[in-house]
Design a protein around this ligand. Structure first.
Ligand code: 2AM
Ligand code: CA
Length: 265
């Protein structure tokens, strides 16, 4: 049976706006904050409530679809056949807690492992970045143009300082020359938003050493729809069911960064 993507898109957009309003309502409430894998890996009662909000609606409206959610209320997804939703109710939870900004709802919808719909909703700024495979990407109702080439000296690279000091995942000397040679570096603390900013042309490249599928699923569809490249740090395709490094960039710049800094190391 063929999937009615228009109907799904309509539902997601409606639910995302509703979920965003619920998140804003919590701004003057006291949060229950817990840590997960480390002291920087956080979850609040709002993350959990919003994930449940989506899962209840998806199960009712699309009972054959499966859901992979960060907070574990979804299904135990071990393969990507059929329609699979990959959901992060709040990407950038640390920002949500400390700043009440720079966080997003992220949703990717896949059919047999192909990204069909992608959404990143910047709740506070009421900016919805979304894409449907083959139909273009949008910021609210404005189409996002295809990404244009840029050279390293004119590029803004999104990179957390953690990856150019001693860390568990990459030798700091690999990326320090890129930091020196790029026009500038930025870090916002929400992978989904950082990918949306690439799609919108506000950032030129984004490198991070460890994300989970729900952090990048929505952004992946949006970035690819405007001609951006999404791989792991070695230039290999991302696996959707396991944690991975992530390297997102404008097309020519992607190859240039790989060849100049990463492949030679
Ligand atoms: P999260 O807020 O949904 O956990 C922060 O640099 C970015 O990395 C956020 O998008 C955050 O998503 C993500 N991230 C992935 N794994 C993380 C971890 N173990 N600890 C903190 N942030 C993590
Ligand atoms: Ca999250």
């Amino acid at each position: 049976m063929s999937v009615n993507w228009e109907q799904i898109d309509e539902c997601v957009q409606q639910w995302i706006i509703e979920a965003g309003a619920r998140i804003k309502e919590t701004f003057d409430q006291t949060l229950t904050i817990e840590t997960k894998s480390s002291r920087s890996d956080l979850v609040t009662n709002v993350d959990k409530e919003i994930e449940q909000f989506f899962i209840e609606r998806i199960r009712k409206k699309f009972p054959t679809h499966r859901v992979l959610g960060e907070e574990g209320f979804g299904d135990d997804v071990s393969a990507l056949e059929g329609v699979v939703w990959v959901i992060d109710p709040i990407d950038g939870t640390m920002n949500f807690i400390h700043q009440k900004r720079n966080f997003a709802i992220s949703i990717g919808v896949f059919e047999n492992a192909v990204g069909m719909l992608g959404y990143v909703y910047d709740v506070v700024n009421d900016e919805l970045y979304y894409a449907r495979k083959g139909k273009g990407a949008f910021l609210n109702d404005r189409p996002l143009p295809r990404l244009q080439p840029v050279s390293i000296p004119e590029a803004i690279v999104c990179l957390n300082a953690a990856w150019v000091i001693e860390n568990k995942r990459i030798d700091p000397s690999v990326l320090t020359p890129l930091v020196k040679e790029a026009r500038g570096t930025r870090s916002y603390g929400s992978a989904a938003l950082e990918m949306a900013y690439i799609a919108a042309g506000r950032l030129d490249a984004y490198i991070t050493m460890r994300l989970s599928p729900w952090d990048f699923a929505g952004g992946l569809v949006i970035v690819e729809e405007v001609g951006g490249v999404v791989t792991d740090i070695y230039g290999e395709p991302l696996q959707l069911l396991r944690p991975s490094s992530v390297f997102v960039s404008k097309p020519g710049l992607h190859e240039e960064i790989l060849n100049r800094y990463i492949r030679k190391s």
